[in-house]
Design a protein around this ligand. Sequence first.
Ligand SMILES: C[S@@+](CC[C@H](N)C(=O)[O-])C[C@H]1O[C@@H](n2cnc3c(N)ncnc32)[C@H](O)[C@@H]1O
Length: 231
Amino acid sequence: MTNPTLRDEQAGAHLDAIRQSYDTVAADYARFVKDPGALDPVSRAVLTAFAESVTASGLGPTADVGCGPGKVTAFLTGLGVSAFGIDLSPRMIDLARAAHPELRFEVGSMTALESGDGELGGVLAFYSTHHLPPTELPSVYQEFHRVLAPGGHLLLVTRVGEEEHQRRTYGYGDGDPAPFDSYRLPADRIAGLLERAGFAITAQTLQAPEEGAKRPVAGFLARKPATAKAP
Ligand SMILES: C[S@@+](CC[C@H](N)C(=O)[O-])C[C@H]1O[C@@H](n2cnc3c(N)ncnc32)[C@H](O)[C@@H]1O
């Protein structure tokens, strides 16, 4: 059996490393990343479908977990969603607050969200879960399930692959390099873990890698059933 103290320490060290790397690249990332309105049509359609589902449900607010500089949080708000952002990196949160002072952004981790049980109508994880070691995904998906109200919606978008662990040191644009561990799982493995956490998948997309990218992008629209059982 894994020693829980050792496991917690490893998880803490891993989060510290990712926080530090995103703090280093935050300003370059904010300049580099596209505004959601300039994304490809499928990505915009998936975000729009999520926004419509969340607003139609009439449930609580939506957390954009791993919101980075807050561009997607603001995009959702423009679509009528009551959205706020959470990010591990304090520097990202500073940038998000400066760019969108009317919105709420907080430092936090998707591994232990501040929201109470069933408090949220939506959870968005847009290119933010791939730094988690696969062993942590079940508990993070359970955390998404915990904070959602019955009938609430999840949208998870991530690159997928063949169980790959990549370690890269690169900057965004010409910016400072920083180390990033990423894990690319097969789409059906992610779908299975979401279902095991208690989600019903309502739609799944698979986009071919865009020019300059190697891995396809999968999107999972999922719902916490209205009569949710504990996973
Ligand atoms: C590639 S960026 C994506 C940012 C934003 N979602 C977007 O699409 O522009 C990944 C973000 O996830 C954040 N992140 C990584 N692990 C996290 C965790 N455990 N909890 C909260 N945020 C996390 C990083 O700090 C970073 O800002």
